[in-house]
Write a protein that binds this ligand. Structure first.
Ligand code: HEM
Length: 429
């Protein structure tokens, strides 16, 4: 319902006088958001400082106005909310991101695709496999390769350490300040420092070698340009990219494996497509596989909850917001809302291939939107489609215990403890 601009705060559950709604939310995050949506409508207050929005236009406005009225926070720690500090950080990040974008273009991605197959075959073993850790191992090596090429030694291990340190903090609905005296916070600070130190050493080594090798992202970032990037900018950007390009794609691939084990009809179509394509095909040769990946990202968007901090007093769709408020939305709910999707809970790759049927505007945003849209959209789609084709073509994938898998909404959206049996169809050449 569109409202005239005014001083209204959205309605919402009152919750406990001290703890608000945190306890109920933590018990069942998705269920809580679903119930509030059903009771209060597309915009509701989660607590005194947090608002949840739901419709495609509201969600898109929130994302499109990021870096202006709203700010994206990347750290899992709660620093004092200082919108102007956050805006300064955002400006610096955006300048680097603009330069880095070139490094993520097609040519670098294609050079990487050729190496990806080897990394994939090497990471994914035979036998019973715990899917998420195996895919995380694969993507830590893939992203280190994409960013640093031959200088990637030691980086996958450091990345794995960083992810393990971030994970418990990002699952907690409480955010801790950087000075909080706990092992978790200290571990996070230590792993951050170690990864940045490793980046510093690699950037320095490349600079000293004096050559630019645009076969990887670092080569592109170091190439001469009008506004040269400082080493500190490059190191932070690399760290940001590598962390973003690990857990999220690994989770997406885990959901892909899950759906493959449930849908032999889909497997048969992907198999036929992959058999007719080259070993490292162009995405254009895999339309059904790509549609399947899109559909898995619709049903199971790894980044299922996205939030922003209000930079200055403003309004969104007529509702009043104050500086420092949080605004969030569930991508999972948006992607399964029956108002925008037919058969919303069904995996139907064909919906992406039907002519003349596009999704409702802004109702499909697995990579976000606006100035902070995912920089790895094309690279990520390519990695997921290729690995799906290789998985189906080269391996048999089955689940020892078929059936639905418990879904964990506490951090990224993950299938809890998914295990599969993998068997190579033919020995490696
Ligand atoms: C393949 C699956 C992937 C999915 C589903 C995905 C999803 C997303 C989403 C939803 C966001 C926006 C979050 C927000 O608005 O707060 C995002 C941001 C980001 N993604 Fe991805 N991503 C994927 C792969 C990648 C890859 C391969 C890379 C790097 C090469 C990457 C790098 C980034 C970075 C750096 C950001 C932060 C952008 C910024 O804040 O300016 N992502 N991603």
């Amino acid at each position: 319902m569109k409202r005239a601009p005014g001083p209204q705060r959205p309605p919402g559950p009152r919750g406990h006088w001290l703890f608000g709604n945190s306890e109920e939310y933590d018990r069942d995050r998705n269920g809580f958001l679903e119930r509030c949506h059903a009771t209060y409508g597309d915009v509701f207050s989660f607590d005194a400082r947090t608002v949840v929005v739901s419709s495609p236009d509201q969600v898109h406005a929130l994302l499109a106005r990021t870096n202006g009225d709203f700010l994206a926070e990347n750290s899992p720690l709660a620093d004092r909310v200082d919108p102007e500090r956050m805006a300064g950080d955002a400006q610096l990040w955006t300048a680097t991101r603009r330069a880095g974008w070139q490094g993520l273009h097609r040519r670098v991605a294609q050079a990487h695709a050729a190496r990806l197959r080897e990394i994939f075959l090497d990471s994914v073993g035979d036998g019973e496999v715990k899917v998420l850790p195996a895919m995380a191992d694969f993507f830590s090596r893939a992203t280190a390769d994409f960013c640093l090429g031959e200088d990637a030694a030691g980086v996958p291990e450091a990345l794995a350490g960083s992810v393990a340190a971030i994970d418990p903090l990002s699952r907690d609905s409480l955010q801790y300040p950087p000075w909080w005296p706990s092992r978790r916070v200290r571990r996070f600070a230590r792993s951050r420092k170690e990864l940045l130190a490793l980046m510093t050493a690699i950037v320095r080594k490349r600079r000293e070698a004096g050559e630019s090798a645009p076969g990887d992202l670092l080569g592109v970032l170091l190439a001469p340009r009008e506004n040269e990037l400082t080493d500190l900018q490059i190191e932070r950007f690399l760290r940001g990219i590598m962390l973003a390009a690990l857990g999220v794609p690994a989770t997406a691939l885990t959901w892909i494996v899950y759906e493959l084990t449930r849908r032999p009809d889909v497997v048969a179509r992907i198999e036929a497509e992959a058999a007719a394509a080259e070993e490292i095909p162009d995405l254009g040769a895999l339309p059904y596989t790509e549609a399947f990946v899109k559909e898995v990202l619709r049903l199971w968007p790894p980044t299922w909850l996205i939030g922003r901090t209000v930079r200055r007093d403003t309004e969104l769709d007529g509702w009043r917001l104050r500086t420092g408020d949080q605004v969030m939305f569930s991508l999972y709910r948006l992607h399964r809302d029956p108002r925008w999707w037919s058969d919303p809970d069904e995996l139907r790759p064909e919906r992406w291939l039907e002519p003349h049927t596009a999704p409702v505007r802004h109702s499909y945003l697995p990579f976000g939107a606006g100035p902070r849209v995912c920089v790895g959209t094309q690279l990520g789609m390519m990695q997921l489609a290729l690995t799906t084709a290789w998985l189906v073509r080269d391996m048999d994938v089955a689940r020892p215990e078929p059936g639905d898998v418990p879904v964990d909404f506490s951090g990224l959206l993950v299938p809890r403890d998914l295990t599969v049996r993998l068997r190579r169809k033919a020995p490696l050449p």
